[in-house]
Design a protein around this ligand. Sequence first.
Ligand code: BES
Ligand code: MN
Ligand code: ZN
Length: 495
Amino acid sequence: MRLRYIEDQTEAHDTPLLALAVVEGGDAANGYLKGGDPAIRRAVAAAMEMGDATGKTSDEVVLYGGEHGPVRVVLLGIGKADDLDAETLRRFAGRAVRVAERLKLESLAISLDGLDGVAAEAAAQAVAEGAGLAAWKFTELQADDEESPTVLVTSVDLVGGEAEASSAGAVAGAAIARAVNFCRSLQDRPGNVATPSHLAEEAARMGGSVGLEVTVFDEARMREEGMHALLSVTRGSEEEARFIIMEHRGGEEGDAPIVLVGKGLTFDSGGISIKPSQGMEEMKYDMSGGAAVIGAMQAIAELGVKANVVGLVPSSDNMPSGTATKPGDVISSLAGKTIEVINTDAEGRLILADALAWGARMKPAAMVDCATLTGSVIIALGHHAAAVMGNDDDLVHELREAGDASGERCWPLPLWSEYTKQLDSNYADLQNIGGRPGGSITAGAFLKEFAGDAPWAHLDIAGTAWGEGKLSYQRKGGTGFPTRLLVEWVRRRAG
Ligand code: BES
Ligand code: MN
Ligand code: ZN
């Protein structure tokens, strides 16, 4: 999709659709109208006077009749000025794109005027993100309907705002939307396409085009390095595991890196502790954390973030077979700790254990992992927030703030030592499950044992990485969560 910023409104006059925001209780609070087409101005005023466009977030009024300006205008309510935030603007832009789709239009313009309350740069970024995410659709495995071909929006112009700030925001928002959409493509691809080697190839291809150094370990290399926890998970699968390393050198040489780790479990059958077949097809999204790290690294490189950032993705299938790891097996790990595998379905923490141990060796300034780790996080927080936990309260706080700003929220859970105690094993240094009570926390407590001394935090995204497409800018399937959060957090840290 092409996304442009245009300062001069008159250049957008020939757009087939212009989206304008209407604030509740305001007048036609939109600078666009000041210089706009008098016919449109009259139509907008009438829609407001007649109470059709009140500014409520459910409001949507399409108007026709522009003479010198756009022929179609859609007024979209964005609620009260005091409540306005970046997330409202993402949804506003998403709704504008959905209106265009319904009208079978391939392009539209969205006005940045009248969005006071959110700083111009953040507003343009949010609108660009919302539009870029809404326009995307996963179509690569389906033939198009010849009778009524899908019309997708391929071009969005952002108009108005404040030239310098708005154009910077639009550039960032467009890069972030591309990164999230890349993540969503990887998520939506089925397990027979998005294999560990596919993720590695995609990361390498992406890295080549944006200037990241990408290194991929095969199983022989993992064995040499001692990544036995990762290897224990892939034992049951015919697909070869991969360990993907992506490096962005945007900081000073020698500056401690920020390390991002993502679970890249390309299909989770549960292994010998096999899952029920109902809904098992969705376990292709168990690589969402890895996809988000790959996507985030793309945006970090494209935006030239001034920090050293390393992305790590341990990637494997989890399958049952005669060679698969069995319940009761004791395995070793890169950190040297032995693990009793009580349940082979608690595999994410095993592949992450080795990735975190690898990351810890780099003495990172901070390390954050994200993983579709536990079903219990869905019981705790539903689909509206990820859980965040870690060994450093400041880091957890930073992630919560980046989550609020990016619209990908996270909420803290404690990692007290009592939870770690639940992982005591009779036969090994620790076991891989801690029972049903506090299931998301004991998973986090397990990871903590492998993160070393680095400030570290973990995001459990099992409830947020996949969805029904409830928000205007989403569709059924992968949400890209937490690509936006990670990029926001890294950009804030880089200053
Ligand atoms: N990938 C799953 C977690 C998951 C569940 C992700 C639902 C998305 C939706 C993970 O590997 C898993 O199977 N976790 C187990 C842990 C249990 C065996 C301790 C779970 O949550 O049931
Ligand atoms: Mn599992
Ligand atoms: Zn899993």
